[in-house]
Design a protein around this ligand. Structure first.
Ligand SMILES: [Zn+2]
Length: 243
């Protein structure tokens, strides 16, 4: 039902000569895996650019070598270790004030340098905080560390550096830990398409390592519906940030 409404809305936009920008961010990559292969081939098949948020601490040349063959993949910095330092019942957070600020910033600087060295032209000076959470004091310091953009979840807000956020999370983190039902994802997408003021680009958030069949099916179906639709443009994050 909701899928048909999304399709109708996109067809209407196309009829008016209007277009919507999308971008795809996938989190938690460390090394090549069968799930990563599946994601890369899905994105390539639909000619959809992809930003991989890579966890710096454990990653190495294996991932860099694999991505060297993928011209439409960029790499962003996903914290340093993806460990949580918050004290329950506080929500999980790596980039909070649970540790001295300098310790956190030193790790982010190390992650930036490591991924830049490994990935060269694919490296994008964007920070993707684990769990999409980051303390305001850390955001303030990001430009001095070399970061040029930040990506979290939800509508973009003014910050010390440009934001390019994700808005549609395909996973059900509070219930099944699998993919959310397709109908509710399309219903939410329809809300994003109607958002006022309009989102500059709708960010879709995926986590290839934990996708079940429902998550893969939705992603495949979403890209089949949109990737070649005249009202949709899937764009690379650096292009969106360049304006
Ligand atoms: Zn993550």
């Amino acid at each position: 039902m909701s899928r048909a409404l999304v399709q109708q809305h996109l067809d209407d936009l196309a009829g008016q000569g209007r277009r919507v920008d999308f971008w795809l961010r996938d989190d938690d990559a460390v090394r090549p895996t069968p799930a990563l292969e599946r994601l890369l081939s899905l994105a390539a098949r639909h000619a959809v650019p992809l930003t991989l948020a890579v966890i710096p601490e454990e990653t190495d040349e294996d991932l860099a070598d694999r991505l060297a063959a993928e011209p439409d993949v960029t790499v962003a910095v996903h914290g340093w270790s993806h460990r949580s330092y918050s004290k329950p019942p506080a929500k999980k957070q790596e980039l909070g004030l649970d540790r001295p600020l300098n310790m956190v910033l030193d790790e982010l600087a190390a992650g930036f340098r490591k991924l830049e060295a490994l990935h060269g032209p694919r490296f994008q000076p964007m920070l993707v905080p684990p769990w999409n959470r980051i303390a305001a004091e850390i955001v303030e310091a990001l430009p001095d560390l070399g970061f040029r953009s930040l990506s979290v979840f939800g509508r973009e807000k003014p910050a010390a550096l440009p934001l390019l956020n994700t808005h549609l999370d395909i996973m059900d983190w509070h219930g099944t830990y699998g993919g959310r039902p397709s109908d509710s994802l399309y219903a939410e997408l329809l809300e994003h398409l109607h958002a006022e003021p309009a989102l500059s680009a709708i960010g879709v958030l995926t986590h290839h390592l934990v996708h079940d069949a429902a998550a893969w099916d939705f992603l495949e179906d979403l890209l089949a519906l949109t990737a070649r639709h005249p009202a949709c443009r899937w764009r690379a994050a650096p292009d969106l940030l360049a304006g």
